[in-house]
Design a protein around this ligand. Sequence first.
Ligand code: GUN
Length: 290
Amino acid sequence: MTAKVIDGKAFAATVREKVAGHVARLKEEHGITPGLAVVLVGEDPASQVYVRSKGKQTVEVGMNSFEHKLEADTSEADLLALIDQLNNDPSVHGILVQLPLPGHLNEDLVINSIDPAKDVDGFHISNVGLLGTGQKSMVPCTPLGCLMMLRDHHGSLSGMNAVVVGRSNIVGKPMAQLLLGDSCTVTIAHSRTKDLPGVVRGADIVVAAVGRPEMVPGDWIKPGAMVIDVGINRLPPEEEGGKGRLVGDCHYDSCAEVAGAITPVPGGVGPMTIACLLANTVTACCRANG
Ligand code: GUN
């Protein structure tokens, strides 16, 4: 079998179009422009790229983008003061603090200082609890994008065996909650899992989110399974004339030979994450304005 390639880039463009339609209607009918504030502390190059991309796409769908770039040695008190200001700014409907933060800042404290109604990342402990109990919440963007692609490809996921490889708060755990919400039988696998290949071989849905280049080979994949690759890893530069190739957590060629469907890297999960962030910002804006 050769897998169908799930085109996250094209799907993300359709999501952004819908978001732009909502934004236009909010402006015309209610005189409201949704606003997203992104806070970047320090100069991590990958984070700078993501933040630039988020700002550009926010403006492209007609929303206001507020970027706050702070020095790497910014104090926790100053960062919390900025978040407090954004929490109280009615023109800001979504707040995202780009992670990882420099080591001297307490990530949990910072995230939990964001107004949960503006927490478009869905990382605040209140949103985590709401998601875990099946209540209306802000849903983390990357898992949400993965779920949308799975539903779009397959329709109902009810009764399927899903294995999430990776247990991070950002992807693995919320992904498992969402799949459970769609009535999958869910396993969260991780570095201590016994017989990881055997566990993955039982999956109708594999979501790989471990951050280890090409860790999942094709012979772990059940024929016909759906493979969602969240990893974005750059191989060492010596491989490709100074600029390392981007690869996922799955070995693409061998997995694509066996799977029924697979997301490529790049062009799979990545574009959907930002599209979902824009969608979450519109949702936050609508909820804030009744
Ligand atoms: N760093 C890597 N992924 C994310 C994300 O989804 N949100 C935030 N805030 N930071 C990240």
